[in-house]
Design a binder for this molecule. Structure first.
Ligand code: SAM
Length: 197
């Protein structure tokens, strides 16, 4: 599925997402990643969605925060709820990061990318970190490939390179892998924290 199609489907459920996402979802992973991060600087939340819990925690940490999402409705709702961040409507596959970041999160967003975009986007996010900057992202923990699934009445697609390939790319990009966790085991949902050397 092309990213623009994914964005249109998220437009349709953006309000539902804002009202129904659990306030604590992903927070243990974010807290773990923040332990490696500098106390202040600039943070980017990729595929930030409309709920805003990552944005609010990053603001509270002391970062100047940017959020990017391909869904214009997600961004509209995120901006209304948390106007203290800077927002961008863009596809992470072809977006140029506006500056280097000390922290980048991509929670349950890049797993929607087409398989062929996984490696270039991960390379882009690694290159977008400052020295010592931290990247947190989630990925599928199964074999490399693409799968589809239904959510809130819409079909979505997901892809993964497999955990070992993601870790190899991080190493190739000059990042140390700090944490890998199947946090919802036996679901194939994996949290990865990396830090640029
Ligand atoms: C499952 S939601 C997660 C939202 C948020 N990270 C959270 O945990 O609440 C996935 C988000 O990723 C966004 N997304 C998917 N593909 C994207 C892309 N190519 N570029 C930017 N955002 C994307 C979707 O629009 C959606 O808001």
């Amino acid at each position: 599925m092309e990213p623009a199609d994914t964005g249109r489907r998220y437009d349709a459920i953006a309000k539902w997402w804002q009202e129904n996402t659990h306030e604590n979802y992903g927070m243990p992973g974010l807290e773990r990643a923040l332990r490696f991060a500098p106390a202040q600087g600039h943070a980017l939340d990729v595929g930030c969605g409309s709920h805003g819990r990552f944005i609010r925690r990053l603001l509270a940490h002391g970062f100047e925060v940017h959020g990017v999402d391909i869904s214009s409705r997600m961004i509209e709702l995120a901006r209304q709820r948390d106007p203290g961040a800077t927002y961008h409507v863009a596809d992470i596959c072809d977006w140029t990061l506006p500056r280097p970041f000390d922290f980048i999160s991509a929670w349950d967003s890049t797993f929607h990318l087409p398989l062929h975009s996984q490696e270039p986007v991960l390379q882009k996010l690694c290159a977008g970190l400052t020295p010592g900057g931290v990247l947190l992202f989630t990925c599928g923990g199964g074999d490399a490939g693409e799968i589809s699934g239904s959510f809130q009445g819409h079909d979505f697609e997901y892809s993964t390179l497999g955990v070992e390939a993601f870790v190899r790319i991080l190493d190739d990009c000059g990042c140390n892998c700090r944490h890998v966790e199947y946090d919802q085991y036996p679901e194939n949902h994996v949290v990865i924290v990396a830090q640029r050397k």
